[in-house]
Design a protein around this ligand. Structure first.
Ligand code: GAL
Length: 425
């Protein structure tokens, strides 16, 4: 009798164990921490929309929307490093496609390959090969899921204001500094608004692309353009001239502050990525082409400087099964059609409904036409072309340049930094 009840007990425990395994595999549950720097105006809407939709489909998975404020991840990245190295990785985190992912987290062996997720979801056929290459190692292991394509080289303005002030969007930086800027300064308008150091790096990359052209710009990242060449030194001279046309309090402003100076009529232009569309449409309620408009930053017509926000699965995260369910949604056309119209970016998944103008407004239609026809280059300020170690050093170079305006020192320090961080040589 005693041994019979023992057998029954073991059987019950076995069944219970089995069924809990079935539940765990088929229907993962629990918290999933999604770690990003998306807070504040124009930043958080896309993720909030996607979390809301996901939670209706998967009520047993609780997405914890964890953030560290600071545009382009300036504060977030340090917190991420200490968590990853301190044995406390989030379930998933925001990381740019390209060197920001590969040179640090993939190289350090900290990320799970996601090929099985790509196969299950058919993503090898649904994502552009060029984008997959940016998030893969040489053996073809893929390490993250891209949620979008953003464009960095854009100049924003308000059409009615330009008309009232008697200027047009400049076709070159030469035109901007010699004609547009003095005209606006005489009228008491700040010609171009600028924010804290990372936005200055963002402006510099657009200036460098415009002044150097595609081949020499790319050469900065593959080692064929000398940082100390007169052409590169001239990009800093040009940046200094543009800074002379900007607000004095730049170091105190966020990118949102600088973008709003344009729509408030205090500044004529701002160079920023297309997350501006989220700020202008969702927060400010403005209509694209009317309340605000855009052109490729001067000298970059026909070139699309890209970046992509992606999410990976760090090794040792608390809830990998549920995180895979979240990543599957984030990478799907359905998830991306919720996220991107609110975020200001194009869907990375090519089966998304980008041709639907009800969903994707006039900005996206124009951006998609450019994305599919322009020459594509990668962004420095947003992690694609250079490792984080280079970008961190470049922030310091930019801060020194902003206060001292010494182009030769900026160029030679960047040359040394490129050597130290293994950039293309
Ligand atoms: C970029 C990021 C964008 C946007 C922007 C401003 O690095 O890719 O999604 O958040 O920073 O914070």
């Amino acid at each position: 009798m005693k041994s019979k009840s023992k057998i029954i007990l073991i059987f019950i425990l076995f069944i219970l164990g089995l069924s809990s395994q079935v539940v765990a595999q088929d229907d993962p549950s629990g918290d999933v921490e999604v770690f990003t720097w998306w807070t504040g105006g124009g930043e958080a809407h896309g993720l909030a929309g996607m979390i809301e939709a996901f939670s209706k489909i998967h009520p047993d998975i609780n997405i914890v929307n964890a953030t560290v404020a600071g545009g382009s991840g300036v504060n977030f990245k340090a917190v991420l490093v200490s968590r990853m190295l301190g044995g406390d990785p989030p379930d998933t985190f925001q990381v740019h496609a390209g060197q920001e992912l590969n040179a640090l987290w993939v190289a350090a062996g900290r990320m799970e390959p996601l090929n099985d997720l790509y196969e299950e979801n058919g993503w090898f056929e649904q994502y552009p090969q060029g984008l997959i290459d940016l998030i893969s190692d040489e053996e073809g292991n893929v390490y993250s899921v891209p949620v979008n394509i953003h464009r960095s080289n854009l100049m924003w303005y308000v059409p009615a204001n330009l008309e009232a002030w008697g200027v047009t969007a400049p076709a070159s930086w030469e035109e901007f500094v010699t004609t547009t800027c003095p005209t606006l300064q005489e009228a008491g308008i700040i010609p171009i608004s600028l924010g804290q150091t990372w936005t200055q790096v963002h402006l510099w990359e657009s200036v460098a692309l415009g002044e150097l052209g595609v081949e020499a710009y790319n050469g900065l990242w593959n080692g064929t353009t000398e940082w100390t060449s007169p052409e590169v030194v001239a990009t800093f001279d040009r940046l200094g001239q543009i800074m002379d046309c900007a607000n004095d309090d730049m170091n105190a402003l966020s990118h949102q502050d600088a973008l709003l100076m344009v729509t408030e009529g205090r500044a004529a232009f701002n160079v920023m990525g297309d997350w501006a569309v989220s700020l202008y449409t969702v927060d400010e309620g403005l209509e694209p082409g009317v309340g605000f408009a855009w052109v490729p930053s001067p000298g970059t017509d026909g070139v699309f400087m890209m970046l992509s926000d992606t999410f990976g699965l760090p090794k040792g995260g608390p809830n990998p099964e549920a995180t895979r369910v979240w990543l599957s949604y984030l990478g799907s056309a359905e998830g991306q059609d919720i996220f991107n119209p609110l975020k200001g970016s194009l869907p990375a998944n090519t089966t998304a409904d980008i041709n639907n103008p009800e969903l994707y407004n006039a900005y996206f239609q124009a951006a998609y036409a450019d994305w599919t026809s322009n020459t594509i280059v990668g962004s420095l300020a947003h992690g694609l072309v250079a490792p984080q170690s280079f970008l961190d050093g470049f922030y310091a170079i930019m801060a020194a340049f902003q206060s001292g305006r010494d182009s030769l020192t900026a160029s030679s320090n960047a040359a040394v930094l490129a050597l130290q961080t293994g950039m293309g040589r």
